[in-house]
Design a protein around this ligand. Structure first.
Ligand code: ZN
Length: 326
């Protein structure tokens, strides 16, 4: 699978925790049947046969169907136009004022949503959260093998909330809105992470940046996807890495398929559809380059994904200065 040595070190360190045996014996996260994974995909979005990934990331199969970060072509055009407008707005505002930032430390507020005080009820230990922050810092520094980005992460608060009506966290629900409206902290530069069991077998979802602060802003991540968690193949913390990529304005590497501007990043080869597991050598588009299956913005196993590209790093910093910088 081509894991790099330093990645193996990181992964091994995560797996060596004394809690692993316990975690492996806990209940698995929700499983979505293969047949439902894609059959209800909206028009223009990931129109694949229902059984295309029957043996793939189906445990989290609701992801591609329901992932709010999987956009239509029109949504991408609108977002790109908005980014350009936000950049113009900032450029005018900045004339003679503060220069755009080149490095950014993001304060992180983690909300642990619990149904009760048990592990199955969402009570994950602080150690998983600190390991998650460490995984983020390695990923965004490029130390797992990709391009270095401008971003680092600083945990500022762990907020534990027991509220059975918010558990599991249901994507797009009034309960999700209520939860975020009640709990979100900080300005546009503050990353709010909500951890819990999730609806529909999802691993996570995120909001893209907007020009005005919205209480819904933040990322939602499956609690057991944190490093050392029980979500087999997705428990090395890269769901967090992936969702924060969206929060920083990245699309999926398979956005737009083989045609057009794809993910609006020039150095990620086009990809017809999401890659699952770790399909080394996969090449779904006739354009140059094999599929970027090791990119954090694909759907492969955590053990398979380890990099952002320089183009993604640049896109994230551009978006930060347009949307999230003070
Ligand atoms: Zn995504």
């Amino acid at each position: 699978m081509g894991l790099r040595p330093n990645l193996l070190t990181r992964r091994t360190a995560g797996v060596a925790t004394s809690t692993l045996a316990l975690l492996l014996s806990t209940a698995a996260v929700g499983v979505v049947p293969a047949a439902s994974a894609f059959s209800a995909a909206p028009a223009g979005v990931c129109a694949e046969p229902a059984d295309a990934h029957a043996d793939a990331r189906v445990a989290k199969g609701g992801h591609a169907k329901l992932d709010p970060n999987h956009l239509t072509a029109k949504q991408v055009r609108d977002r790109e136009a908005d980014l350009a407008a936000a950049q113009r707005e900032r450029a005018n505002f900045r004339t003679g004022a503060v220069a755009p930032l080149a490095t950014v430390t993001i304060p992180v507020v983690v909300h642990v949503i619990q149904e009760n005080s048990t592990r199955a009820g969402g009570n994950i230990p602080d150690s998983l959260i600190t390991q998650q922050i460490s995984v983020l810092n390695q990923a965004y520094a490029g130390s797992t093998g990709g391009a270095a980005t401008a971003f680092s992460f600083q945990l500022t608060k762990i907020n534990r909330v027991t509220n059975a009506s918010w558990y599991p966290i249901v994507q797009g629900s009034s309960a999700e809105r209520s939860m975020k409206t009640s709990l979100r902290e900080g300005g546009k530069n503050t990353l709010n992470m909500y951890l819990g069991e999730l609806s529909d077998g999802l691993l996570g979802w995120a909001t893209f940046p907007k020009r005005t602060l919205d209480k819904m802003d933040g990322v939602v991540v499956l609690n057991e996807s944190l490093p050392g968690g029980s979500a087999t193949n997705y428990n090395q913390g890269d769901t967090g890495t992936h969702e924060i990529g969206h929060w920083l304005n990245l699309y999926h590497t398979f956005q737009g398929g083989c045609s057009g501007s794809g993910d609006s990043v020039s150095d990620t080869p086009a990809e017809a559809s999401p890659a699952y597991e770790c399909p080394t050598g996969r090449d779904t588009c006739s354009t140059t380059g094999k599929d970027p299956i090791t990119n954090f913005m694909d759907y492969t196993y955590d053990s398979c994904m380890y990099q952002f590209t320089a183009g993604q790093a640049s896109r994230m910093l551009t978006a930060w200065n347009a949307y999230r910088a003070a």
